[in-house]
Design a binder for this molecule. Structure first.
Ligand SMILES: Nc1nc2c(ncn2[C@@H]2O[C@H](COP(=O)(O)OP(=O)(O)OP(=O)(O)O)[C@@H](O)[C@H]2O)c(=O)[nH]1
Ligand SMILES: [Mg+2]
Length: 304
């Protein structure tokens, strides 16, 4: 371990759908958080761990900044706020593809107001139009804050190494790693499994459906005699008429969700998986405080 060893929490913040989870997954080198093309995918903060001989960065992948006043959206907003408070360093993701300059300015002001070491990543450089990047750069320069141009999909814009080197300078000194350097996340397997199922719902279901469902793993039985992990999970919806949409014609949809999720879970666990999915109606779960808590949608970004 280096004598200049650093370790700490990096809050990854920005508006929804800016590629925060994608960037954390890329730097950590494992799928820590789920990704989709729909905004507000991440609900609970997930910690992705990057460890080297020089440092340990604990990336808190937070839900995007949103404005809301009740229910699940309120939790999302609080979670984003709490990440900003508990991080040692803040990394703000902006894109020119979907951010207007006013949006970017609001996000820059928000992060600056936290009075923490911070920097900016202009993400999705593969799709950004050059003149819009120039305008954004002009704006960022007013804040006198370092920025990196990056893309998580196009290697020619890969700034991961520069981002990590920069973080090395910003993180607090530490005698030792804060978490096991062999781990890539602090999430429990059970939580991770429910997130994978939720990701497949985001991929295969449309309109308001993915935003109105929650996934709750009810049973997780390890190493049964057949050497197969057995997982039983509910897909919880708030309206009865959502069930047939999830189940699909002759059960085709839910089967597809289950199949895609099972493959990915098997890859991670390195074991055969039996996965059974059920739909469950829980009216207005999005504003049911007790259920939200049960789901872990609470404000605590340093959860293990
Ligand atoms: N073209 C392009 N797409 C990207 C890039 N990074 C991420 N994406 C895509 O952008 C979408 C959103 O990515 P996420 O990582 O889920 O974004 P997020 O900021 O975590 O979103 P929330 O969790 O909803 O706040 C996905 O479809 C990604 O595949 C990039 O550099 N270039
Ligand atoms: Mg996300």
């Amino acid at each position: 371990m280096s004598t200049n060893y650093k370790a700490g929490f990096v809050g990854v913040v920005g508006l929804p759908n800016r590629g925060k989870s994608s960037l954390v997954n890329q730097i950590v080198g494992e799928k820590v958080g789920i990704v989709s093309d729909k905004p507000q995918t991440t609900r609970k903060s997930v910690v992705g761990i990057y460890s080297s001989d020089e440092m340990q960065c604990l990336f808190i992948d937070a839900p995007g900044f949103i404005k809301a006043d009740k229910g699940l959206n309120k939790f999302l907003q609080e979670e984003a706020k709490s990440v900003s408070q508990s991080a040692d360093v803040l990394m703000l993701l902006l894109t020119t593809e979907s951010d207007t300059i006013a949006n970017s300015e609001r996000a820059l002001e928000e992060v600056k107001s936290k009075n923490k070491p911070w920097f900016v990543v202009i993400n999705k450089m593969d799709t950004n139009q050059p003149h819009r990047v120039l305008i954004l750069e002009e704006l960022i320069k007013k804040y006198d804050v370092p920025y990196f141009k990056h893309s998580t999909v196009d290697k020619s814009y890969d700034a991961s190494t520069n981002i990590l080197n920069h973080l090395q300078g910003l993180l607090p000194a530490s005698q030792q790693a804060l978490y096991d350097p062999e781990s890539f996340t602090t999430s429990l397997t059970r939580d991770w499994v429910s997130e994978i199922i939720r990701e497949k719902c985001f991929e295969l279901l449309h309109e308001e459906l993915p935003f109105n469902l929650a996934v709750q793993v009810k049973k997780f039985e390890e190493s049964t005699p057949k050497n197969c992990v057995r997982i039983f999970s509910d897909i919880v919806v708030s309206k009865k008429n959502h069930c047939p949409m999830i189940i699909g014609k002759k059960g085709q949809k839910i089967k597809e969700i289950g199949m895609m999720a099972r493959k990915e879970i098997e890859d991670l666990l390195g074991e055969k998986v039996y996965l059974e999915l059920f739909t469950k109606v829980k009216p207005s779960w999005v504003s049911d405080k007790r259920f939200l808590k049960e789901m872990g949608y609470v404000v605590d970004s340093r959860q293990q």
